[in-house]
Design a protein around this ligand. Structure first.
Ligand SMILES: [Fe+2]
Length: 123
């Protein structure tokens, strides 16, 4: 049984999906069950990954890491997502840009970010 907004990854081909509607079935890709990604919250190592939510006059800024996370081709934040009471907003980042983005959202309940090496993080 899946749950709304869960994120699953195929460990063979790298496909990643986010649940937009719950169902009873198991998600399968490349002939095997997809892995449910559990967002980490506790920092480890020197690179920081937890999304930090800041309110700014331009909107809500979500920055990845208390020290900005690398945005190099081999190691970067692929996307940042925020959820408020009813909506989900997902923004993709580009190599070389700062690991942050603005959202036009009200009160954010959860912010998540995905690092291509260290996986899924939330705050
Ligand atoms: Fe990372």
């Amino acid at each position: 049984m899946t749950k709304l907004n869960e994120i699953y990854k195929c460990n063979v081909c790298g496909n990643m999906v986010e649940l937009t509607h719950e169902g009873k079935g198991e998600l399968v890709c490349c002939g095997q069950p997809m892995e449910l990604l559990i967002a980490k919250v506790k920092e480890e190592g020197t690179e920081k990954h937890r999304p930090i939510i800041k309110t700014d006059k331009k909107g809500i800024l979500v920055q990845v890491g208390s020290n900005p996370h690398p945005m190099a081709p081999k190691h970067h934040i692929e996307w940042i997502e925020v959820m408020d009471k009813k909506d989900v907003c997902h923004k993709y980042l580009k190599i070389g840009q700062k690991p942050q983005t603005f959202f036009n959202a009200e009160k954010i309940k959860i912010a998540r970010a995905y690092c291509n090496i260290h996986g899924l993080w939330k705050n």
